[in-house]
Design a protein around this ligand. Structure first.
Ligand code: IMP
Ligand code: MG
Length: 179
């Protein structure tokens, strides 16, 4: 284990099994469609790569980098787009693939934006859900793990751009971010 981690919350094997299980459900529910899988950079990249390889429906891949500020329920203007999609989502079924839902600001804003752009449907898939921190009225359509209110890193998730390449999800030692 990385010395900056306090404990391993989810092992590689636990992640692999659960991601496969959830992806199979999503795959069955999307049968007959040609959705666009939108990965939210950068945190979702490892989850995204594992997840989409379990899908059998034909897919288009696209990516967005966003940061949110303010309330997702007031206006999608609160979403800052750092990198926009390459393609048009008008009339498309969109699967948003995100690493973690916390307050829900990011995904609430993003869902609103994609619907405003004319997406036929927006399905939200998250790896992790810190349910107790939710302030927005939004829930993922599919989530792999509910986790406690602790700062986690690895499997794509970072603290100051570090730890993304750890193959497991670990709880960061508070001493690392309290310094
Ligand atoms: P929300 O808009 O409050 O739901 O925040 C979601 C975003 O916060 C995620 O996309 C992550 O980038 C970040 N985030 C929230 N909790 C954690 C964590 O424990 N580790 C790493 N990033 C986190
Ligand atoms: Mg993120």
């Amino acid at each position: 284990m990385h010395p900056d981690c306090k404990e391993i919350l989810l092992t590689e094997q636990q992640i692999r099994e659960r991601v496969t299980e959830v992806a199979k459900q999503v795959d069955a529910d999307l049968a007959g469609k040609f959705p666009v899988a939108v990965g939210i950079l950068k945190g979702s990249i490892i989850f995204y790569a594992d997840f989409i390889r379990c899908l059998t429906v034909p897919l288009e891949l696209d990516f967005m980098a966003v940061s949110s500020y303010g309330s997702g329920t007031t206006s999608s203007g609160n979403l800052k787009i750092r990198k926009d999609l390459d393609g048009d989502v008008k009339g498309r079924d969109v699967i948003v693939i995100e690493d973690i839902i916390d307050s829900g600001f990011t995904l609430a804003c993003l869902k609103k934006l994609l619907l405003e752009r004319g997406a036929a449907s927006v399905t939200i898939v998250t790896l992790l859900d810190k349910h107790e921190r939710r302030t927005e009225d939004i829930a993922p359509d599919y989530n792999c793990f509910e986790i406690p209110d602790a700062f986690v890193v690895g499997y794509g998730l970072d603290y100051n751009e570090r730890y993304r390449s750890l193959p497991y999800i670990g709880i960061l030692k508070p001493s690392v971010y309290e310094k």
